[in-house]
Every structure is written in C-alpha cells, then in structure tokens.
Design a binder for this molecule. Structure first.
Ligand code: VG1
Ligand code: CO
Length: 539
C-alpha cells in the first residue's frame, strides 16, 4: 500500500451525470485516481464497505477498473462486486447495488457520448439505494477533489476479471459476477414473458439496435434467448471499446440505420435502440416514431397491463424540459405528477418515498422503481408487454392515445460545441429579460409566465436553482432553454419546444412547432450571440 502525493485538478466538478471528460484527460497521471479518492472521502471513507463496480466497456474501462480495485483495497473496502470483464450496464449496476445491499457503486461511462482514445470517458458514484449521488454528495466530491494532496493505492498485479468467482486483493474480496443474470431475473418478475413469447411465436418481428454498446449481451439473452425472437433480431450486439465508430445515442439522427429500416418497406412491427451504458431507449413502430415524452405517457397509461405494475402506479415524475403529455395521463388516473430538474438523481427521493412509480425524460430516458436509474431495455420490454396484451400496432396505440389526451407536439434542438462564453452571455441576457416577458406577444402567442426553474425536493426540502429558463405561453405552448451538463467540448445549448393540440395529430412536429421555434430564436437571439441559425441535432 502506498500513499501517492498528488496535485489537485481544478475541473473535477461532476455534471448532470458524473464526471465526464475526454478520455485522454482521464488517462493523464493522477486524474482518475484523484477523483476516485475524492469519491471515497466524500462518502465518509471506504473502510469495511462493499461496492459494485463496472462500466459500459468503452476505451479505458479495463484500465480504470483495475485502478479502482487497487484504490478500494488500499482504502480498506471489504468487498467489490464486479461485472465480468469489468462490464455492467448502468441499470444492471443499479440493480446489483440494491439486490446485494451494498454501500454503493462506481459506474464507468460517458453514456451516449462516443468512446475511444480521442472521445469521451466518465465516472460516477451511485448511492446504496442504487441511484446517482445527489447534489450534496457530488458537491462534496468536487470540494475534496479540489483540495486533494494524496491518494491511497495498492501495488499489485491486475485481477483476472474474466473468470466468475471470488479472489482476494490484499484482503479485499473481489467477486466477479455474470453481468446479465441478475438483471434478466429482475425483468422476468416485472413482465409477462409467456405473453411476449407467444407474440413472437405468432410472427411478430422486431429489430433491436444495440449500437455496439453495452446492451448487446442483455438484449440478446432476454429478447432472443428467453423471449424467442428470431436470431439476428439484435443488431450491433457485440460491445466494442469504440462502439464500432458509432455514436451510441439512440435518437433518429444517430440510430439512422434502425430508422431507415422502420420507415422502409417490409419494416418489422417494432424497433428499439439503446445507448452506450444501456439506460436510454428509443422506440419506433412500423412507419412511426415515438417521441420519448409520448413514450412515457403511453407507458404510464398502460403500465397496469404488465404484472409488475398490475396494482397501478403511485405517481409519475418527469424532468422539467420533458413534455407535459404524461401530466395529462396522471390527471386522468388521479395520481400525483412531479416536475424535476434534468438528471436522474432528482427522481431518487420520490422513488424511495413511494410517491412515484414511473419517471422519464425527453432525452430518451424512462424508468421505474425497479432500480434507481433510467433503464433502456426495461422500457422496451414494457412496450413489448403492452403490445402483447393489446394486440395492436404501435401506430394504433399512439393514435388512440392522442385521441384521448390530445397531442403535445415536441422537439429538442441542440446547438453543439458553441463558444462557452457566448453561450453564457446569451443565457444571462435572456435571464435578465424574463421579468418583462409576461404580456408580450410573439408569433401571435402571448407570454403567460417566464422564469428560471427552481426545484424544492418535496421529500428532503433541498433546493436546486437555475435549472433552465422556461417561457410559457397562454395557449399552452412552451420554450425551455438550458446548457448541457454532460458535454465535453465548449457548450451545448438545448432548446426544448412544445405545443399542445386537441386535433390534427398527423402533422410533422417541426411544422406544428414552427411559430414556437421562431419565437425562441427571436427571444434569445441565438444567431446574434452564437452565430448559429440551425441546430446540429433535432430530436
Ligand atoms: C443529458 C440529458 C439528461 C440526462 C443526462 C444523462 O443531460 O439531457 O436528460 O439525464 O444527459 O443521461 P444534459 O445535461 O447534457 O442535458 V446519460 O444516458 O448521458 O447518463
Ligand atoms: Co446513458
């Protein structure tokens, strides 16, 4: 065991979901080590504790896992449960943390960001409830990392993480577990596998694009092996350190191969994709794309059809930028609906308190109280369960949903790698103008209210301010603007656009939203501040 003197880095501030940087930043001497030591210190030390450890398999995952094991041993941890080969999807890690009643876990991932030596890497800590550390803890990590002078590490050979079973690292137990088994068992308790199997046996066809990321082995085991979907249903099913050069972000832009197939002739009945670490999902029907906000609403309205939710759901929560479609379902069901800041860490308290059963974000994230992370494959299985029971197409289910609740037309426009200073100036200018907006009319729509979203957690009373600017119009339309907390290059401006319609459900969302888009550009003067007139990615 050695104590290594080190110098603090000034940029180890966790964002929306852990610390994300360029892989080469993480690979420089002491960078990873400093942050891991800061995690251990921030949670009151590692002595005698048990942790879960795993990542999405991206470049540097294998090296980082070995470093973390040696640091856990040197910090006195008693046991680390590692996914085979150092691999665990984010929801599977959350499940293991809970099932094994551990003191938390470390997850290595930059999620949907590309992987590789010149791409992105990330690390985050999840609490004993299985959920991402709350702000009070991530703030403490940042404080510790900013003041660190040394860290503890063991000098040792690499641990063999390919063989299942238990070994010892200087007295600390290292338990290598099957990455898929416990997660698949959990899914069997929630969904009616027999009904879904019968649907596949009856000729139902599906495509699941794992995008060369971590979900491949999970999807192959569950969808092909256990549910009997045809071999080859899962494509890009072998995880790779660089995701095969793919951008593992399941949206129409990056999962274009899947989109082309689903919109083409002879499309399968159902399509889905997941992201780098397996917590996001995109769902597509034959010839019809399901927006994540609509998906959350449909799942909330139909969850009782799956055995795990047969008693009904207690409540729902969505991040503030997510469309209000699910609120309409909650109202109809007579259950509570919560609006939280962006990021899964804000759902944890509501889930722990039993106030909500389902949660979701517009960014292709949906989940429930079965773990404390969003869960891509879970959402796909809930859709499959609903399709097996209702025996209707995705298009019919979506259309019936809109007939009943109306349609919240929705889109997000991302402007990437914007100059950080200019983006900050733009947001500051908009913030300064908010007070004068109510009463003003733009594109024929009158502003009803405008503010910078602030959240008070209904369970522990903690508050989080400046979580995104929102401008609400009298006709129910809405503009939200915030800067991303997961990017690694410059600033990413996210513009969220929404408009509610009681009829006319087959419009192109970009057309339906045209006045809202126009108003957003006028309001924020995006072109004036950033020089950008068109977004890089539209979802
Ligand atoms: C983005 C999404 C947010 C999501 C977060 C982590 O954050 O907008 O909804 O929770 O990524 O997801 P931001 O700050 O860039 O908007 V993941 O799958 O990247 O862990
Ligand atoms: Co993710």
């Amino acid at each position: 065991m050695t104590t290594i003197p080190t110098v603090a880095f000034d940029d180890q501030k966790p964002g929306t979901s852990g610390l994300r940087k360029k892989t080469r930043v993480f690979m420089q001497p002491h960078y990873l080590e400093n942050f891991v030591q800061a995690i251990f210190t921030a949670i009151g030390g590692a002595r005698g504790k048990t942790f879960v450890l795993g990542g999405d398999g991206r470049y540097f995952n294998d090296r980082a896992v070995q470093v973390i094991l040696r640091m856990a041993a040197a910090n006195g941890a008693s046991r680390v449960i590692v996914g085979q080969g150092g691999i665990l999807s984010t929801p599977a890690a959350s499940n293991l943390i809970r099932q094994r009643k551990t003191d938390g876990g470390i997850i290595l991932s930059a999620s949907h960001n590309p992987g590789g030596e010149d791409e992105d890497f990330g690390i985050k800590f999840n609490m004993p409830n299985g959920g991402p550390a709350p702000e009070s803890i991530t703030d403490a990590m940042y404080r510790e990392a900013s003041a660190i002078v040394s860290y503890e590490i063991l000098e040792a050979q690499d641990v063999d993480l390919n063989a299942l079973g238990e070994t010892s690292l200087d007295g600390m137990a290292v338990e290598v577990v099957d990455s898929v088994a416990d997660y698949a068992a959990l899914m069997e308790t929630l969904f009616d596998f027999d009904a879904i199997r019968a649907m596949f046996a009856g000729g139902f066809r599906m495509r699941f694009d794992a995008m060369c990321a971590v979900t491949g082995p999970y999807a192959t085991e569950i969808i092909e092996n256990r549910l009997g979907a045809a071999a080859g249903t899962v494509t890009h099913g072998t995880p790779m350190p660089d995701f095969g050069g793919m951008h593992p972000d399941p949206n129409p832009t990056w999962a274009h191969e899947l989109m082309d197939e689903m919109m083409g002739p002879d499309a399968p009945d159902f399509g889905a994709a997941s992201d780098g670490d397996g917590d996001r999902n995109m769902v597509v029907g034959r010839g019809i794309y399901v927006s994540p906000s609509d998906s959350l609403a449909v799942l909330a309205a139909n969850a009782h059809l799956a055995k795990g939710y047969a008693k009904g759901i207690a409540g729902v929560a969505r991040s503030m930028p997510t469309s209000a479609a699910v609120d309409r379902v909650a109202k109809d069901l007579g259950i509570e609906a919560f609006e939280t800041p962006t990021g899964w860490k804000f759902f944890g308290n509501l889930l722990d308190a039993g106030r909500v059963t389902l949660c979701g974000e517009e960014s292709f994230g949906t989940g429930s109280d079965h773990v404390r992370e969003k869960d891509g494959l879970w959402a796909v299985l809930l859709w499959l369960n609903i399709l097996a029971v209702r025996k209707q197409s995705v298009a019919d289910i979506l259309n019936e949903h809109w007939q009943k609740y109306g349609r919240n037309y929705y889109s997000r426009h991302d402007f990437e790698a914007v100059d950080k200073e200019k983006a900050d100036e733009m947001v500051a200018a908009l913030r300064g103008a908010l007070a004068d907006l109510p009463g003003r009319t733009m594109q024929g729509m009158a502003v009803a209210a405008a503010d910078d979203f602030s959240y008070t957690d209904p369970v522990d009373g903690s508050t989080s301010a400046k979580q995104g600017i929102r401008v609400l119009f009298e006709d129910g339309s809405r503009i939200v603007m915030r800067l991303s907390g997961t990017g690694t290059q410059g600033a990413t401006l996210r513009l969220y656009l929404e408009r509610y319609a009681e009829s006319g459900f087959d419009r192109d969302p970009q057309d339906a939203l045209a006045p809202v888009i126009q108003a957003a550009h006028e309001l924020a003067d995006i072109a004036g501040h950033t020089g950008r007139t068109e977004p890089d990615v539209i979802t």
